[in-house]
Design a protein around this ligand. Sequence first.
Ligand SMILES: Cc1cc(N2CCCCCC2)n2ncc(-c3ccc(F)cc3)c2n1
Length: 259
Amino acid sequence: MLEKIWWKKSPDVEEKTLSFRVDEVRQKIVPSHVAIIMDGNGRWAKQRNLPRVMGHREGMNTVRKITRFANRLGIRVLTLYAFSTENWKRPRFEVDFLMKLPVEFLSTYLPELIEENVRVEMIGDFSALPSHTQKAIKNAMDATATNDGLVLNFAMNYGSRLELVDVVKAIGEMTKNGEIRPEDIDEALIESKLMTSHLPEPDLLIRTSGEIRLSNFMLWQLAYAEFNFTDVYWPDFDEECLLSAVEDFQARCRRFGGV
Ligand SMILES: Cc1cc(N2CCCCCC2)n2ncc(-c3ccc(F)cc3)c2n1
């Protein structure tokens, strides 16, 4: 009996261990910007003989959990790949469900985000989203605009190649109207035209569910990021998973191309 008690960690022991590890992490360099490709929601549901959309809803709950914990760790920007430009190809029913998730998430958690001093932002083509989705996101961005805590940045209807095409078009216009010469075009000018121009580049990219691809996500911005690929499905990605990814990040020696 004693052996059984000893082996089974009680929740408060788990929390104490987690708190100890959080304190350790916070004393080192915490990644300023963490980007996450939240994959595996459909497979999570399939494993449980649930409809795919139940995986998306559970994934939404994970967004709240990981946002709170990222804030606790001292992460400054959390970019979450919520809907890609390619996701419009999914069945109409699933797209309609996904477009309602921001409304559900914000109607439930916006007061908590405000309380936690979180600022909601978005990258992607906002205009193509349904009006109810636009309204909920714009309301949240307006309601949290003055917050200076964690930036919760949702990539919605986002595609990196489309973003880069728009950058090239804008710079082409500047050249055509004589505002700049071709020799003025450099990395700084390109970065100033990106949707993320006001944010630090991601230090850490996490992708869940075992997929090892970027899937047209922040292709320019991730040039020097550390990558962390985990087999965990997004609905199962918890505080311990994020903490482990940050501890792994801190154990790596980033060279930025140097020796
Ligand atoms: C399309 C979509 C899908 C979505 N999933 C849950 C997370 C896993 C990935 C797919 C499904 N989540 N989760 C939260 C949002 C959201 C977006 C914008 C916003 F301002 C507030 C919340 C969301 N949006």
